[in-house]
Design a protein. Sequence first.
Length: 119
Amino acid sequence: MNTELPAIVAEYIAAVNAFDTDRIVATFTPDAYVNDNSREIWSSEAMRAFFAKEFAGDHVTMEVREVIDHHGDILVRARFDGTYDKTNLPGELVMTSYFSIRDGKIASLAIIFNQPSPY
């Protein structure tokens, strides 16, 4: 089911595309966590360092392809690009970001490079 981006997710994506670490971190609850590439990032300080280096620092951009509201969790499939090391990555990197939102802020985010299922 396609849906529109919730305002806080739209703000997160706009902040990512603007390479604005402060704006990115401001979209999260104080006790939020991020799981990126099987790495857990907890605390505002750790998230700030992560986003500064691996998103803003690598000029990561997100081009939204699909938005799904699954029982209140928001799944965003987006094409990611940037100046990061693209060794062994497909020419077009599409990943799914799984957002959990509480009280108008992002409480958790998991960013996953999914593989096609044979089922």
